[in-house]
Design a protein around this ligand. Structure first.
Ligand code: C5P
Length: 252
């Protein structure tokens, strides 16, 4: 099928986190879920998308070679597979540094960039495509989001509840988050200087983009895009992968 979008899209797969809350010896991206590593799940989904572009995998410095090797073995790529131009670069201390390093490795012809957490291994391919299409349609930032189901409370340092937060206008955002490349580059140019006194920590790209005045819209997210943070998240996603019969194929 002919790609209706002449502009090329790049994906930055951030996998350089240590995953301390998971308590594993390996970096989180190399932890197993349903017989495959988290990064392998994500790579498989990306290389089978019905479109292609640049894929920059951001890995922990010490594991860069291993991740390159794993990707090489699993998907049989050297630099190009099924139209994907794949590079593996070393990440930074903070997530936003890893994204910035990934951005720097994108080819000049890429004008739309999706940033995806390797820690969301079962994110469906449809979410990637919806985010990309919405960025092309609206030329602004796009994030997948789900309504918040639980009652939310503000809590003091000693654990006492202060008050209930109206969840009516609240959403939980996921990845992949997509942006026009120029906007994402502007947002990452000097992230620390953008809002030095902001009480909100930078945990996603949409926050940085909004700090430089960028507009960010939402598309429907997915339960399957749940992020692995603790061992319980792994069990939850393992059950999801098994119950839907997906993601259980062991790598070669
Ligand atoms: O730590 P957290 O779970 O929020 O990380 C989200 C994603 O960002 C993970 O896929 C992780 O590997 C990545 N990350 C990174 N570089 C860092 C920190 C996190 O690539 N320095």
């Amino acid at each position: 099928m002919t790609d209706p979008h002449p502009a090329r899209t790049g994906i930055i797969l951030v996998a350089a986190g240590r995953g301390e809350r998971l308590g594993a010896e390996l970096p989180k991206a190399l932890v197993h879920l349903a017989a495959r590593t988290l990064i392998d799940h994500a790579l498989s989904t990306i290389v089978s998308l019905p479109w292609s572009g640049d894929l920059v995998v951001v890995a922990p410095e010490a594991w860069r070679g291993a991740i390159h090797h794993q990707a090489h073995q699993t998907h049989g790529f050297a630099s190009v597979t099924d139209g994907w131009r794949i590079t593996v670069v070393a990440g930074g201390v903070e997530r936003h540094e890893s994204v910035r390093l990934g951005l720097a490795a994108m080819g000049d012809d890429i004008d739309t960039v999706l940033v995806h957490d390797a820690a969301r291994p079962l994110t469906p391919d449809t979410v990637f495509t919806e985010v990309r299409d919405a960025v092309h349609r609206h030329r602004c930032g796009v994030v997948p989001a789900l309504p918040v189901a639980d009652t939310l409370k503000s809590v003091a340092a000693d654990g006492t509840i202060e008050h209930t937060i109206d969840r009516g206008s609240l959403i939980a955002v996921q990845t992949p988050q997509g942006f026009p490349r120029a906007l994402l580059e502007r947002a990452h140019a000097e992230p620390e200087q953008r809002a030095p006194h902001s009480p909100v920590p930078v945990t996603d790209d949409a926050e940085l983009v909004q700090r430089v005045g960028g507009v960010v819209r939402t598309v429907p997210g997915s339960m399957r895009a749940h992020k692995v943070t603790t061992p319980d998240d792994l069990k939850l996603l393992e059950a999801l992968a098994v119950s839907t019969g997906s993601g259980t194929k062991a790598s070669a």
